[in-house]
Design a binder for this molecule. Structure first.
Ligand code: GLA
Length: 423
């Protein structure tokens, strides 16, 4: 009742004011624009500030790619143990994130409770355990009435849920976009961002709006256009699945996701990153050569490095990929400039990323089915042709001396050669 009294005069004024003529009218509900249109663009609010977190892309682990809904506290504890014991924590992996399906019911006061069969000790105890390993703890919810796995969402409970997360010791929230009806995504994510900020706890906010339109969705959202001061990372596509290329349902293969994300490189920067979804390294659907490519290219585009395998049981080959500190250093470079493709000759590509020391990370990427020589020309990387640069091979972990003008290497099918160039 109070709400309708407050809104009524505003709506009348809006109906009489031609949109665009009066700057104030942008903030008013416009009946003709439809119910999903934003009344007020939170990203345009000059008073809004970023939360100051995730100055480099977040690194960690998430349960979804390997375990799906089959997740419980025992598994999460084993993963936290392995993060510490495998060297991943010391290499920079920080967040242990439980994805969908941890939720049970709400109590009589509306407080969200975990599924008692899967998380009998409660979320606070689990977060404490993860913290005791020198790691951070993340959780998942959804801006709709239900999560994508049909568990309870946070719509209408945003502040209550944010408070629960803060009390449990949550450091990272992945917030999904299923069952959102006619909600406007920018508003929905800004509301949860505000709820998280109001708790006073530092919580990295992962926007899981995939930037797509579906028949059931009124909103066609591009989170990279509004996410900078609302969250710390936003999905650029629908879900990844563990394949080199292709489409399975709404999910996409690795190179499909790479190609959709590449043109968005200018949107990324310290505190706000493009998220091409999680790593599939070690899940078995791609070859190790292809997993080298995923890790290298994700580092080139400054993607969050969120492992998605069972790290309590990984092979030496998987461990060697996830623990490549030279590649991790590229991903975590403090300049925060995402790289992109600078040359494409059919299936043979050169990618470049500017680094804080003035150098470049470079990937020679062979999408073809045959080994091929690929050349990176200094001029394609923004360097004069006559300058001599030191070359370091980031997978062979060795220095290749000083080179002038260009660098050529033979690259395996579906593989990469990744180097760092500098003075
Ligand atoms: C969506 C998200 C995935 C995962 C699932 C969980 O599909 O994009 O990353 O969180 O929901 O149900």
């Amino acid at each position: 009742m109070l709400l309708s009294l407050l809104l009524a005069p505003t709506m009348r004024v809006s109906a009489q004011t031609p949109p665009g003529n009066d700057p104030g009218s942008q903030k008013l509900f416009n009946m003709e624009m439809g119910p999903n249109r934003s009344i007020f663009r939170p990203s345009h609010d000059p008073a809004r500030t970023a939360n100051g977190l995730a100055k480099t892309p977040p690194m960690g682990w998430n349960s979804w790619n390997k375990f799906g809904c089959n997740i419980d506290e025992k598994t999460v504890r084993a993963v936290a143990d392995a993060m510490a014991a495998s060297g991943m924590r010391d290499a920079g992996y920080q967040y242990v994130v439980i994805d969908d399906c941890w939720q049970g019911k709400r109590d009589a006061d509306g407080n969200i409770l975990p599924d008692p069969a899967k998380f009998p000790s409660g979320i606070k105890a689990l977060a404490d355990y993860v913290h005791s390993k020198g790691l951070k703890f993340g959780i998942y919810s959804d801006a709709g009435s239900m999560t994508c796995g049909r568990r309870l969402g946070s719509q209408g409970h945003e502040y209550q849920d944010a408070l629960a997360y803060a009390r449990w010791g949550v450091d990272y929230l992945k917030y999904d976009w299923c069952y959102t009806g006619t909600r406007n995504s920018e508003e929905a994510y800004a509301l949860m961002a505000d709820a998280l900020r109001s708790t006073g706890r530092d919580i990295v906010f992962s926007i899981c709006d995939w930037g797509v339109s579906r028949p059931t969705m009124v909103d066609k959202s591009m989170p990279w256009e509004w996410g900078e001061k609302i969250g710390n990372l936003w999905r650029t596509t629908e879900d990844i699945y563990d394949a080199w290329a292709g489409r399975k349902g709404t999910s996409l293969g690795m190179v499909n996701i790479l190609d959709l994300t590449e043109p968005l490189y200018a949107y990324a920067g310290p505190g706000h990153w493009n998220d091409p979804d999680m790593l599939e390294i070690g899940n078995g659907g791609m070859s190790d050569v292809e997993y080298h490519a995923q890790f290298s290219l994700w580092a080139m585009i400054a993607a969050p490095l969120i492992a998605g395998n069972d790290i309590s049981q990984m092979s030496d080959a998987t461990r060697a990929i996830l623990l490549n500190r030279d590649v991790i250093a590229v991903d975590q470079d403090s300049l925060g400039h995402a790289g992109h493709r600078v040359r494409k000759d059919g299936d043979l590509e050169v990618w470049s990323r500017p680094l804080a020391d003035g150098g470049r990370a470079v990937v020679l990427f062979n999408r073809s089915e045959r080994p091929a020589d690929i050349t990176a020309n200094w001029t394609d990387l923004g360097f004069p042709a006559n300058v001599a640069l030191k070359v370091r091979d980031l997978w062979a972990h060795k220095s290749l001396g000083s080179v002038t003008g260009h660098f050529t290497a033979k690259v395996a099918p579906h593989g990469v050669v990744m180097i760092r160039l500098g003075q």
